[in-house]
Unconditional design. Sequence first.
Length: 614
Amino acid sequence: MCGIVGYVGKRNAYPILIKGLHRLEYRGYDSAGVALLNPQGTLHIYKAKGKVADLEAVAKGKDTTGTIGIAHTRWATHGEPNEINAHPHYSESEQLAIIHNGIIENYAVLKQGLMQHGYSFKSETDTEVLIQLIEYTKNKDRLELKQAVQLALSQVIGAYAIAILDKAHPDTLIAARKGSPLVVGVGKDEYFLGSDASPIVEYTDKVIYLEDEEIVVLTQGKEPEITTIDNVPKTPEVKTLELTISQLEKGGYPHFMLKEIFEQPHTIADAMRGRVNTEMEKIRIAGFIDNKERFMNAKRIIITACGTSWHAGLVGMYAIEEFAEIPVEVEYSSEFRYRKPVIHPDDIVIAISQSGETADTLAAIQMAKAKGAFIFSICNVIGSSIPRLSDSGCYTHVGPEIGVASTKAFTAQVCVLIMLAMLIGRAKETLSAERYRALVHELERIPDKISTVLKQNERIQDIAKEFRYALNCLYLGRGYNYPIALEGALKLKEISYIHAEGYPAAEMKHGPIALISQAMPVVVIAPRCSTYEKILSNIQEIKARKGRVLAIVTEGDEEVSKISDFVMTIPETEECLTPLLSVILLQLLAYHIAVVKGCDVDQPRNLAKSVTVE
Ligand code: G6P
């Protein structure tokens, strides 16, 4: 979703801003723009529909000087993606320029009021309304820009991260946030601004995370000045980034997605590091230890998440119910937040989010918290909004995930949920000591088993060629692998634009069986597990109707392999851990189908990595 970059210092801002925009491309966007202010107070804005490279082409040969600037990648909400709607936006007098992430919900009312005061609008955006409101407020009461921003923001309903330039102050940048993240990078005599740390990391590892309703004034040569919208001064808390530049680069892989798929033996090990101890035959998760009684006494666990994280939640449901015998409900955050859910004090709400910024999940936990629920979050981005709002939690520690289609974050989320389920189960003694120990040892073997699975990469590339012309695809699984059928179908949809559906295998009879033909490949996840015989029958049903089956089986399998058209294998493991292996094959399958179809794997059309609007 939209990305923000800013710079205040002595260097030429343009190359820093453009590089920053490239770093943010992974978030998904459809237009881009930059505003540059030079010490004489000349402000230049360049914008383009399309990619950052299109913006560079527009700015080529033009005046790109200026030691202060703001830049933006836009993911359209109000108004189609075009040059006019792209940010930055000028105010009426062209004295001010703004970039904005988020949505101003009451923009229509504000716009009407401003039109009555003679303001006109060039774009269809809510952002232009905001900068006009700021200018109107500033001029009406002859205020300083900061005061005008504070007053204007106090009238705004919605979410925002904004950065503003003023021709009258060519050494100062003002930024503010509510509901959309904003990070200030603190360099030597210079400041950087980012909607996340990726545009900042190559210049400094010192950052300040702005809190909701805070405004920062960044002036070259001065300390950052932070206040709330109500003008209460705040002391900036400078933190050290853990992010490194190499984590943001492809490291020889053609796409971030492939790099991230291949990182999984390491990222799963990282998610378990310091947590799984095979010598002691124990698991340790600090967020669990601190709240052990609460978990043991929980009457219900509600998992809330979106997209791929929601699928991880489903796997978690199977594990928590099996090991801890606690009823689990898995909710789409967007539905949960608008229902009137009954939440008891002994319920636990687990929020799962790679980015830690997904607007619906954030709102869902705000609602659950207000109703007295205890919030435990499983997130990847350290210091992001969801973990900060939670009572406790556990990071997945997979490093930055750049590919829009989530891969390594998913497997780590599943791994953390299984560890958590084991811990609750052991504490409640619903999971026997013997089984617990066996699972601890098997968890430790998972990274190597993922490496084994990855060896099928070339074969999957060949299978992908067979599937490239499919218009529809069905994914079937049962038990722990039903969520993997959903996830496999989502991966294919996201990056290859082939329509795909995931289904519980036995449900096929209640509808999708009508679609079976040679033209629609059916992917069946059929490892040796408790429902093996059942799924074998499901495959027979498909074959009887001349369907083409790609099966995922356990190494050494004969029965399913014999009747399937294509076979991929996973090593033998505990049933609850099979998703960690089967999903890798489906990630690779989706990846190779997308590549062979010529799709933009890392930045699929219309999708955003971090969905910060509802
Ligand atoms: C977007 C991303 C998905 C992700 C979902 C939830 O749709 O493209 O990959 O699963 O948001 O994001 P979260 O950061 O909350 O896990």
